[in-house]
Each structure stands twice: as C-alpha cells, then as structure tokens.
Design a binder for this molecule. Structure first.
Ligand SMILES: [Zn+2]
Length: 369
C-alpha cells in the first residue's frame, strides 16, 4: 500500500512537473498554424450565424411565428456559446479573437429564412467540419480536435431543429416545441426541461439555460444605432447575467419616469409598447446598468487619488505586475459576498476574467461606497 502511494505521488509530481512544458508545446500557435486558423474560422462563422439567427428570430416574431422565433433565439444563443468556446481556445494559443464584423442580414420571410438555413447555411456542415477535422488532427492538439468534433455534433443538431421548424410551417404543420434550453458548455439545444446530462458534452442539467424573451432586448440593442460596438457587447454580457436566473423574482416595474430618462433614451427599447417580462426587467434595471458603465468608463488612470495609487501598488505587490486573476478564488468562500458581487459586475463591464488597473480602481471605489 505504501509503495503504491509512493508510486502514485511520484507519478503525480512527474506529471505536474512536465505539464507546463508539454502544455506550452501543445498550445503553440507556431506549431499548430492550421488549428489556429480553423479556430479563427469557427469563431467568425459563429458570430455571423448568431447575428443572422437573431435577425430571423425578430422576423419570425413579427410574422407571428412565436415558436419559430424562440427556436431562432435558441440557435443564436447556441452560436454565442460556440463563439465563446472558440475564443477561449484561441486564447490558450495566445491568439486574440479578431474583430468580426459581418454585413447586414438579408431577410426573405420566415419560410425562406428557414429554407436558407437548412439548404445553404447548414447544408455544408458535414463537408466543412470533416475538412476542419482533417486540418486540426495532424497537429495533435487534443482539445482543439475534441472541440471541432463537438461543434460538428451541435451543428448537426441545428440542422435537425431547422428542418423541424420548417416542417411546422408546412402543409402538414408538424408541431414545434415553444420552449428551448441551451447547454452553456457546448451549445446543444433541447426542448424538454433538461433532467439528465447533456447528450453532447455530458454537462450537468443545471448547465442548461432556458431561452426566454431576453433575446428581444439583445436584438433591440444590436439594432440600436446610438450604441457603439463596445456598448452593445456590454448590453449582451449584462443581459446574459440578468436573465440567467429565474426572471419571476426580478423587479419588472420600472421606476417613475424610467422611459423618459437619459439612460433609456440612449440604451432603451424604443417607444413604450406591450413589452414581455424580460423587456420590462431590462427597462427597470437600465438606469443601474448605465450608471455602472458611466462610473467605469469615467475612470482616468492618470488622475487617481493617493490612496488609489497605493491600492494599485499593494495589489501588484501581492499578485504580480500583469493583469490579476482572482477567478480561482471566486465561489470558494475566500472572498466576501460584497467583493464577489463587485467582481461579477467588473467581469460584465470589462468582458474579461482578469483584472486590469481600471478594474481594480472600479473595485476600490465600489467597495469604498
Ligand atoms: Zn452540452
């Protein structure tokens, strides 16, 4: 038994010692050029498709196809998961996800949008992903290979869903579910409240989030010409968190004058009409959302107080010179609930898990309040 334990610990420490060198080799962009370009393509595709699906969702909604609109919203959410997964993998290779701006999405009515999705956009999935796999495999990065295989399965599911949706608009009128859940790990879409593990990535049932009317808020901000790209990305991150929980417990009655506020004029959903629950929740919180954003954007690192400068120094003495990563401490009870809350806020503001000086100052000011 003793020998076994000794052997085991030797193996473990050997593994731990050699891991960083191994990892550096496996995640080298210079050694895996094809893998990196495949990831870039996947990332660009996923962003383009997410935008198209959101546009189709809005179109289907306007035509009164509620269930199809929900499915398109689920497809858009799934594509966001795929984009995020590619972005994270690229980051492991030290590559930043480039700015992917795609052109406007042309609409042809929901039936034609679905035909386009099944016959054009998703029709080439088999060919495209087998090609991707052939490019990635020889370079031997197991995580990238698994990612391409997984995404291939998810896209295969997308095709089945799109066909089901098209069928629901045909003469036979097959019934389409009107509630969908998307796996945060892989982007799989299911139409029954998830009870078991994800069929594609084996994620827990709690990794699935229900697709609600939250997409309407994201769509409204995407098509709001007053918002910059950075601001739109902030709204997306903010809404993702806002609508992750049970929306029934959230305040959905906007304060008096909310619709006339400067925040609503710029970041809002347009003239008052019959809004869904999620839209009302957004209206009720848009003031707070914008106030945080303004406080964050107004931080001027050249104009800090003495205590703030000392705070930065202290933090860098404790955690090193570069960006600070507290993510391993989060949710472990090591941080106070207030700090946990502010770190969550900062992550939404910055879009990053690591903390730059601007983030640290935001935390300092928020905890001083
Ligand atoms: Zn999954």
């Amino acid at each position: 038994m003793k020998i076994f334990t000794l052997l085991f610990s030797t193996v473990v420490s050997l593994f731990l010692c050699s891991y960083p060198t191994l990892a550096a080799g496996r995640y080298s962009a210079a050694r895996c050029p094809e893998t990196v370009s495949v990831l870039q393509l996947l990332y660009a595709d996923a962003n383009k498709d997410a935008k198209a699906y959101l546009t189709y969702a809005n179109q289907a909604q306007q035509e009164g196809h509620e269930a199809v609109a929900q499915l398109f919203a689920a497809l858009a959410r799934s594509q966001e998961v795929l984009a995020e997964n590619s972005r994270l993998l690229m980051a492991a290779f030290g590559q930043e996800a480039g700015d992917v701006s795609s052109g406007d999405v042309v609409l042809h009515g929901t039936k034609n949008d679905l035909d386009l999705t099944t016959n054009v956009a998703l029709a080439g999935v088999e060919k495209r992903y087998s090609l991707f796999l052939a490019m990635v495999r020889p370079e031997g990065n197991a995580e990238a290979i698994a990612a391409v295989q997984q995404e291939w399965k998810v896209k295969g599911d997308h095709l089945d869903w799109a066909k089901a949706a098209r069928g629901s608009l045909g003469i036979l009128g097959n019934k389409l579910a009107n509630q969908f859940w998307v796996c945060a790990g892989c982007g799989a879409i299911v139409s029954n409240s998830p009870r078991g593990a994800c069929a594609i990535c084996s994620g827990r049932p709690t990794d699935f989030t229900a697709v609600t009317g939250g997409w309407k808020v994201i769509w409204a901000s995407e098509s709001n010409p007053q918002l910059s790209k950075t601001e739109k990305a902030y709204v997306r991150r903010y809404c993702r968190t806002l609508f992750a929980g049970n929306s029934q417990n959230m305040p959905s009655t906007p304060a008096m004058g909310a619709f006339d506020s400067a925040a609503y004029q710029k970041w809002g959903l347009g003239p008052r009409r019959a809004f869904c629950v999620e839209e009302m929740i957004y209206v009720a919180s848009v003031g707070d959302m914008v106030a945080s954003w303004d406080r964050y954007r107004q931080i001027n690192l050249d104009n800090l107080t003495e205590p703030e400068k000392q705070y930065l120094q202290k933090m860098h003495q404790a955690f090193g010179r570069g960006p600070i990563d507290l993510s391993s401490k989060r949710g472990t009870g090591a941080l106070s609930p207030t700090l946990e809350k502010i770190l969550g806020e900062v992550e939404i503001l910055s879009g990053s898990k690591t903390l730059l000086d601007i983030d640290l100052i935001y935390i300092k000011r928020a905890t001083a309040e």
